[in-house]
Design a protein around this ligand. Sequence first.
Ligand code: XMP
Length: 512
Amino acid sequence: SVLVLDFGSQYTQLIARRIREIGIYSEIIPYSTPLDTIKEHKPGAIILSGGPNSVYGEDALLPDKGIFSLGVPILGICYGLQVIATHFGGEVAVSSKQEFGRAKILVDRENDVAASRLFSDIPDSDVWMSHGDKVVRMPEGFSITASSGNSEMCAIEATGSKAALKVYGLQFHPEVQHSLYGKQLLSNFLIDIAGLKPDWSPKSFIEHQIEEIRKTAGNATVICGISGGVDSTVAAVLVSKAIGKKLHCVFVNNGLLRKNEGEKVMSILKPLGLNITMVDAEEIFLKRLKSVASPEKKRKIIGRTFIHIFEEQIHEEKFLVQGTLYPDVIESVSVKGPSETIKSHHNVGGLPKRMKLKLIEPLRELFKDEVRAVGRELGIDEDILMRHPFPGPGLAVRVLGSLTKERLDILRDADEIFLEELKKQNLYQQVWQAFSVLLPVQSVGVMGDKRTYENVLALRAVESSDGMTADWAHLPHEFLSHVSNRIINEVRGINRVAYDISSKPPATIEWE
Ligand code: XMP
């Protein structure tokens, strides 16, 4: 495997991702990991990530020096390059010209390492820079292999008597997409130089995780909350492959789910062999939410009630499975301890501490599309794998104002039509999220010569890559017209449909 030592760069996870794309297993560990632990991983190559600090300041983060004598090829990226330069006696200083963004590198083909294997098949090309410091004096025994306008020592490597060390440094970021030949470069390093085999696949990931989960859980029993979403489902199926019936899955019907959701989820998951309990808690949720109109109050009541219901299901379990993904891990691992890295709005976020449960998070190194690939390999239904995100508080934040079962049912019926039509017209996968919102507004209409005074429904569909920013989806007018007709004709209680054309920011994706 490849070890990525994390010095706190915002791009560390991208490095791991690119390596995975090349087909090689990688793990990210804190920069401060002791040498013995590093050795236990038996790395085939080590990559030193970028980072926000300076190698010369008081806040310099430095790895165990022993990594440079392991005989393992090392590639330093940005801050990682500066770590290498300093370690081998070079000098790093603040750059008079900071470099952020696109730059062009000139690959040096004239010097003694003209045949730098790192740059084989890589022409002079655009790369992505993001640094304030740079190497100002080369370490002895190193040569420059590429330069850019602002940094002459843009790529360096150990040569001559030091060549056997196989130590390389890059000032730019090969892991970002704007570095055109970045992936080729990483592949040159890992496959040609380090001699690693590209054999990482969802299948090998699953095998590895099953082993790890068995090691962690031992004979203990484990609990998992199932939401019906991609992440918790894949995590649960993976853990159940490892420990079978020792995993107890809990699916809470909070009465705020989409139409027939409970049945759907159970019918998809049961055949996968999960030991799963569905808790029907609709009544208690709706009772506690009665006459509550404030969005924040609704969210808090739902969060608290969920924890309360879930706690009742915990008996002798020692571990809690969570489908935490890489993007959920807010801070990079090196800067904060692992226990602080869980997103606070996760539904069961408060549980592990309160119940003294330890976490099992088999997906925490993966990106969404990788989770889907793993799920496919595990035989999980495509319908679940390709689902849009769904908020923890469910339809409570989509029936605006105070909730009643009747209003929730109206929304469910309308939303079902919207989603059904999106799938039928192959539009579902083209948007990030699509859903309906029932407004606390009535409007006048006319139906069969009769005056009506009924609810307004808003349709919302957005395009986004991470949910942080979003634009409204430009769905075809004929499509919207067809959906609107169907909803008004088929759903009692709605006589008007509107389409939300606001972007995020300044609006948010959900209405509450
Ligand atoms: P907003 O409305 O903030 O939503 O633009 C961004 C994304 O997050 C989802 N969302 C939630 N997901 N628990 C969740 O797990 C929540 O409380 C929650 N609130 C919003 C929303 O659906 C969108 O994808």
